[in-house]
Design a protein around this ligand. Structure first.
Ligand code: PLP
Length: 381
């Protein structure tokens, strides 16, 4: 068979770029010819487009999703003396952003299946210093935001969201990141809406958070071009080229999300006979109208590391999200916020494996991956 059916990278966007190159090239030429390369009209256009798509009152473009989190927390007034409850099963940035603004992350366990913050564990971790809870929406679905918002309301806590993976995920008609005071988007290339490098966005309906975030992304400068700095901020810009690329990708997002869902259903079907050895993603039944988006297709499996090595040896890339709970990160482990037991996160970190899933993946490639997984367990039993 052709090379494409035997080598399957964990992620590639090359075929999409190739297919769309004439239109992309035109956009890139326009930016180059404009002479305005950063913080210009194309980035403003992207902010408007994302605000319209998500329903956010404000979308503030920054350099990456991590900066968006740090700026969101600072703009929301989180700082020294505050505790922020976050799940222990997530990317490091969910907790490091809390430390960046001088506050303490408190790590709690997640629910099996959704991998989202366990509301009961979060409630048990509340102290007089707790200022906010920040659930994360991972892989393919949102956390149960009705329950988490109720929890925040009952305890007078701010609700923030690490919705970096959440583009186009909605629950009850409300987009990820907009259930509380604000959220973020990451446009890292592998994300559902990926740039050609790095970019990110802060989403909020709160006018004051948005205004402060706009200052903080440019060194706390109060009025654009005035060189008056009211506080220490960051230099966190989303440049015009990334914005142009993202505006183009946005036009493809609906069809690409459908393709992701198609591939996920294909894996579900192909891997079903391996139930007991490979657990395919569990999707929470929707309580209210919403939508899930397969950013990542994550299975849990027996002998995970051996399976990953087997796939690697056959040219198939995989990724382990996440190899350890945050409570076992060297930086975080000694902190008081790492004292809560996280058995669900620990078990998932030993069994979770993300399979290749992206719009450019062909049916034949998905079949090939599933076939290799069957061969692995077949040979073993
Ligand atoms: C990708 C991601 C981030 C960080 O975004 P970057 O753009 O890579 O900085 C933060 N949190 C979660 C859950 C993510 O998946």
């Amino acid at each position: 068979m052709s090379e494409t059916t035997t080598t399957v990278p964990f992620f590639s966007g090359a075929a999409s770029v190739r297919r769309d190159w004439p239109r992309l090239e035109a956009r890139i030429r326009e930016v180059a010819a404009s002479g305005r390369f950063t913080s210009g009209p194309v980035t403003a256009e992207l902010e408007t487009a994302i605000a319209e798509r998500t329903g956010a009152r404000h979308a503030v473009a920054v350099a990456n999703g991590t900066d968006a989190l740090v700026i969101l927390l600072r703009a929301a007034g989180i700082g020294p003396g505050d505790e922020v409850i976050v799940p222990a099963y997530t990317f490091f940035a969910t907790a490091s952003c809390v430390l960046h603004v001088g506050a303490q992350p408190v790590l709690v366990d997640v629910l099996p299946g959704s991998y989202a913050m366990d509301p009961e564990r979060a409630e048990a971790a509340i102290t007089p210093r707790t200022k906010a809870i920040m659930p994360v929406h991972l892989f393919s679905q949102m956390a149960d935001m009705e329950v988490l918002r109720d929890l925040a309301d009952r305890h007078g806590l701010m609700l923030l969201e690490d919705s970096a993976e959440g583009i186009d995920m909605r629950a009850g008609g409300v987009h990820a990141g907009l259930w509380g005071s604000g959220g973020v988007l990451s446009f890292f290339p592998t994300k559902t809406l990926g740039s050609l490098g790095d970019a990110g966005m802060l989403l909020t309906d709160d006018d004051r958070i948005a205004a402060r975030a706009r200052r903080l992304r440019q060194h706390g400068q109060d009025t654009e071009g005035e060189y008056v700095h009211e506080e220490i901020g960051w230099n966190s810009r989303c440049d015009e080229l990334q914005s142009a690329f993202l505006l183009h990708r946005l036009e493809r997002l609906t069809e690409e999300t459908e393709r992701r869902a198609e591939l996920a259903a294909r894996y579900d079907r192909l891997l079903a006979p391996l139930a007991g050895k490979v657990t395919t993603p569990w999707i929470a039944p929707a309580k209210t109208p919403g939508n899930q988006v397969y950013y990542v297709y994550l299975v849990e499996c027996d002998r995970r590391d051996e399976l990953a090595a087997h796939l690697e040896a056959h040219g198939v890339g995989t990724e382990i999200y996440y190899p350890r709970p945050l409570t076992e990160q060297p930086l975080l482990a000694p902190l008081p916020g790492s004292r809560h037991p996280v058995p669900v996160a620990a078990a998932a970190s030993r069994r979770a494996l993300a399979l290749p899933l992206y719009p450019d993946l062909t049916d034949a490639q998905a079949d090939h991956v599933a076939g290799l997984i069957h061969a692995f367990y077949g040979a073993a039993s």
